[in-house]
Design a protein around this ligand. Sequence first.
Ligand code: UGA
Length: 443
Amino acid sequence: MEFDFDVLVLGLGPVGLVTAVGFAELGHRVLGVDIQAAKVNALKQGKVPFYEPGVEPALQKHLREHRIAFDHDAAPWIPRAEVIFVCVGTPTKPSGEADLSAVRSVVEEVRRHAHGYTLVVEKSTVPVLTARWMEQEFQKVADHDIEVASNPEFLREGSALNDFPHPDRIVLGVRSSRAEHILRNLYRGIETEFLVTDIETAEIIKHASNAFLAMKISFINMIADLCEKTGADVVDVARGMGLDPRIGPSFLRAGLGFGGSCFPKDIRAFQHIGQTLQLDFELLTSILRINEQRIHRFVQHFEEVLGDLKGRTLALLGLSFKPNTDDIREAPSLKVIQALRARGARLHLHDPVAIPNVQKLFPESPPDLIYFEDPYEAIRDADGLGIITEWDLYQTLDLPRVKSLLKRPVVVDGRNIFDPETMLNLGFVYRGMGRGRWLRKKS
Ligand code: UGA
């Protein structure tokens, strides 16, 4: 295959593929490589192996216009690359430490095949000092001119392609003006703040940002428990706090807590860095602990209303870790399913796109675990309804119909998508997360 390219992207998971398609959208020619041949073949056909709005049509357009191409072998392309984005996975080891074995393979390959000046850019989230280690590895081969940079990604799943041209900031961790120039040139046309810094700072910005956002979520969830005990309303508390511009209103939605491939993994890796450097990072332990307890609180709501859950049928809506994705990594739904099954509950499950992924972990076994294509069918004859993920579809459910389908009109709203007053007026036994003010009202 012959293909002239401006950018080489290694690793085509959600981060790598969106980066590749995003650069193509900016007019660059992009070559994407992944060692999984089946994935590469699907991408060559214009098929995206996961659900991310907008990516598939954009990919098909750029394939037609020869702006993007794929291969499963990086070796022939590395010598011709001026800039290589490292987007391979960095999962968690049992110790919490980031597993950098895929990054290590990339470093090996680049070291073996690079020719002339090559800029290797960390895009996957890696612990601080990873670039320094990469530099040491590259320096072992003296005749190479390989430079490392860090350009962390801040894309959110579900809106990643839309986020790409509209970032809040672009962080460039570089050691030379040459590297800065190359990266600025790649992002030309994007109007945002460019923060140019040293590489270690850029690496920390990424971990610190995710840890801080997770801290906001756990903080408001801690307050949610206080609201339930004192008859207050966490939604109003969050509003009142968020009006202070020093706090800001976002990421203060109380509920079932955070999941996904980023926050839990990144906090564990960040914790591990703190331990290794003998720093007091205990704050991060509390963030994770509070997040774990959300599952328990959600299940307790059902128990407080229905008593023993053995033999009860519960309909659970939303299985992906957040709306607009089929990603179920560290999704709260998985722990909720486990906890409710352990109590002997029968589950009716619905999600618009994530069911095939969940089925691999929890195969259907009627009557204990049944998947439904229609949320109303999942709700029919259930003793209670639980909202786990706030898909738009659920926010616009026909509530009188929901009530008529349920055997008992119990709703535990794990994402606070419904208005408690409306729910109580409709005759539901309604429980949100942290909505103590409404717990006291008679339903
Ligand atoms: C997160 C960051 O928001 C991105 O900036 C970052 O680039 C990405 O991680 C990453 O490191 O790759 P993402 O995991 O896609 O993005 O999802 P978020 O929208 O941040 O949501 C994370 C979790 O927090 C979800 O489970 C969501 O339901 C939960 N959440 C979010 C809350 O429980 N409450 C909130 O107020 C906000």
